[in-house]
Structure formats: structure tokens, C-alpha cells
Design a binder for this molecule. Sequence first.
Ligand SMILES: [Fe+2]
Ligand SMILES: [Fe+2]
Length: 291
Amino acid sequence: MEDSDFGSMLARLSEKSRNEYYNPYTKFSWPDSVSEDAWWMNPEYLTVHGTGLVEDERTLKALARYETVNFFSLHVHGIRELMIEVAKRIHTPDFADYNEYLHHFIGEENAHMWFFAEFCYRYTGGIYPEAASPLRREGHGDLWDDVVVFSRILIFEEIFDYFNSRMGKDQLIPDILREIHAAHHHDESRHVAFGKQLVKRLHQRACAADPERRDEIEKYIKDYMTYSVRSLYNPQAFRDAGVDKPLEVRRKAMQHPVREAFHVRVMARVDRFFVASGIFGTPWGEGHVSA
Ligand SMILES: [Fe+2]
Ligand SMILES: [Fe+2]
């Protein structure tokens, strides 16, 4: 995409954000309670799906509740950290062209953080604490940091979108959950469109300044993808759902070939993007299909 095309894309996305702006605090009609008899998540999106590791319906339903809490908690913690990085960059010379859209991004993510947390506090014991990340890195303060930050945002958003786009239409789950997933999907389709073009540009800029670190960054982004799919398997959710031998079941589920193939599907779109834009020499998925 040419610079002028990216410029018009930014203008179009900003206009959409302005026109579709909503008040997150009044958008949803929160019911008094959400029934525990309902599936809070379609069982096909549970981390044990296809593994045969958990068969009992009561436990699976409980897992659907706690994995919903985990999923929403991941957004709250993940986007907090990334919003800090975006806030550091807005209105600085390197990001001048993106100011307008970054305002929408920060505003919309702030809204998402609120409604995801709100759901957890209203209907459950609240959000899960943040897991320690082995990939938290001290930035070098250079152009590669920009690539890393916006690649992480993109990966994060693509994972969410895989689930949100599907659960936003799923008649099996309670209305309030379907509405939350659908609202998030709606905003994120703009973020992802912007993110891809931005990451491509930031990568070109970093390569031109310091080509030596290219492989190191490819490895970092891939490790982040692995870490991100694993974060869906929260040991506390397994414990809270009353899964027998929770840690063992979690470990077995995470390594199950059916699940590894699923991880590749969740990541397929963003993986293709990284390869097509020359950011990856080989797809992440290549190292993750055991079949
Ligand atoms: Fe979001
Ligand atoms: Fe987003």
C-alpha cells in the first residue's frame, strides 16, 4: 500500500470511529445475573475441546465460565500494558501521521477494558491477576521497539478477533456475552486493518536503520505468539472449574495435537501477514504442527 493510500485509509478509519462512536457505559443492558446453567462459551472454544480430557458437562460448563473470565482478563492486562506503549508514542515526531487514529485506538481500548472487567466484577469474583510474562522486555528505545509493540498488539487483536467474531454470533451463549463479543469484534476489525499497515511500515523503517536485528525480532515475535496462545490455558481457571488434576489436564490439553492444530488456525491470518510482509522468513505455524 502506497503512503497516500495509507493516508486515506487512516482518514476513513478515523471517520468510521467517529461515526460509530458509542458510550460504553450505557451501551449494554446488564442483566441482574447470568445463569450458570448456560454455556458462557460454546464448548467448541474451550481449551480442552477435542482432547477428551474433560467429559463431564457440569465441569465443562464451569470451565466455560472461568475461561470467559480468563479471556476477558487477558484483554484487561494485555491492553493496559500495550496502551502505555501507545500513549508514550502519540504526538511524538515518529508517530505524527497517526495521532488522530491513535486517539481513537486509545479511547476504544479504554472502553473495551472497562466492559470486559465490568462483566467479570458483576457476575463472577472479578478478573484474574496478571500472569508473569517471560517475554516482558526492557526496550532498547529504538525503532525495533516500535515494531515489537505494534506486532504484539496485532497478535493480541487477532487472537481476540478469532473468538469474538464467532462468539458474537453464537446463539448458544447468554445475550450479554454475545453482545460484548460482537461489540469488540466491531471495533477490532478497524484496529487490525490499521495495525497491519502500521507494522509493515515500522518494520521497513527499522530494517533500513538497523538490519542486523531482524532475525532476533522475528524470533521474539514468534515466541510472543506461542506465549499468547498458551495464555488461554490458565491453571487457575482449571482449578476454579473443579477439573480433576488441573495442572496435569492443562499441560496435556496444551500439548495435544488437536490443540496445536487449533493454535495454528487461530494464528493463521496474522502468521500469513507476517510472512507476506517479509517480517517472517518462515511461518510461525511451521514449527507448531505436530501432525
Ligand atoms: Fe480491544
Ligand atoms: Fe484493539
